[in-house]
Design a protein around this ligand. Structure first.
Ligand SMILES: [Zn+2]
Length: 298
């Protein structure tokens, strides 16, 4: 997010935070049938990006949940899943940056919160550091011995071409103008460096099947979620900011939250979820998206 956008986002205003496609398309946004408390989600007719009608004031308020010492640190039941996913992510990343051990490869985790992914990066041999705007989460990570800059990426003023890899996990869906951030990432990556983006997939079967009930759309549940990519819109944004897509994958389908279904129907929906998981991966229709982007020379 640029300085001017943050200033605008901080203003108490009843205007919509996002008025045009965050990917940079020039066509107008049209309303969808996905009805949220902020109003129906709007869709870009060119790239399919979904955007919230949230006001700047409500958006700023919803981001406050991240400023806690624990930040987005996973709870214990989530820890094993987190570790397995991080291990796979860093394995792919090591291959893409052609560093067998990962030792010495310099990595920056943007929006590192209180350390979860950053610690995994260090464990996997990366020379890793983070950037985190939430003060308490940044302090928590620093007190654990990790190298973290408290503030926004542009404020850190990293040298050009200084990182082998950058990770941007569950961040891009919070940004009214993601291109400003991606251009800064392009600047600080070494030639052929790799950016990893993790976000939800707005064109998933989960969205098709449960629509507005998907928890990821709920700004009350996931503060600051305002912009929902799909594999095509993320590729389009990447290309406009100087990246090529090296690898793109999606996973998981969700049909019901435990709290909204009875025991029997929840078990049945869980079985259906398992059946749909494999084809969802094959067809790029899972709701978790992980994309590896390569910096290309301009
Ligand atoms: Zn668009």
């Amino acid at each position: 997010m640029s300085h001017s956008e943050r200033r605008n986002a901080g203003q108490a205003t009843c205007e919509r935070l996002i008025e045009c496609c965050p990917v940079g398309c020039l066509d107008s946004l049209v309303e969808t049938s996905i009805m949220l408390p902020e109003g129906p989600l709007r869709r870009c007719r060119v790239c399919g990006q979904l955007v919230s009608q949230i006001t700047a004031e409500a958006y700023t308020g919803s981001m406050k949940e991240f400023n806690t010492p624990r930040g987005t640190f996973p709870d214990l039941p989530s820890q094993r899943r987190h570790d397995a996913r991080a291990s796979k992510l860093f394995g792919v990343l090591r291959r893409l940056i052609r560093s067998e051990s990962g030792t010495g490869a310099r990595l920056l985790d943007i929006g590192c919160s209180s350390e979860a992914l950053l610690r995994s990066a260090v464990t996997h041999g990366f020379d890793a550091e983070g950037v985190e705007p939430a003060a308490q989460a940044a302090e928590f990570a620093k007190s654990a011995g990790l190298k973290v800059f408290h503030g926004y990426l542009e404020e850190a003023r990293f040298s050009a071409s200084s990182f082998d890899a950058v990770t941007l996990m569950e961040v891009i869906e919070h940004l009214p103008d993601p291109s400003a951030l991606l251009r800064e990432v392009w600047r600080i990556l070494k030639p052929n460096g790799v950016l990893v983006v993790g976000t939800g997939n707005g064109a998933s079967w989960t969205v098709r099947l449960v629509g507005a009930r998907w928890g990821y759309f709920q700004v009350a549940e996931h503060g600051g979620h305002i912009s929902f990519f799909n594999p095509g819109s993320l590729a389009m944004l990447a290309q406009r900011c100087g990246f090529d897509v090296e690898r793109s994958e999606t996973r998981r389908v969700s049909l019901a939250e435990r709290k909204e279904a009875g025991y029997v129907s929840y078990r049945l929906l869980r079985v259906a979820t398992e059946v749909l998981a494999m084809p969802a991966r094959l067809f790029g229709k899972g709701h978790d998206m992980l994309v590896f982007l390569r910096k290309c020379s301009r």
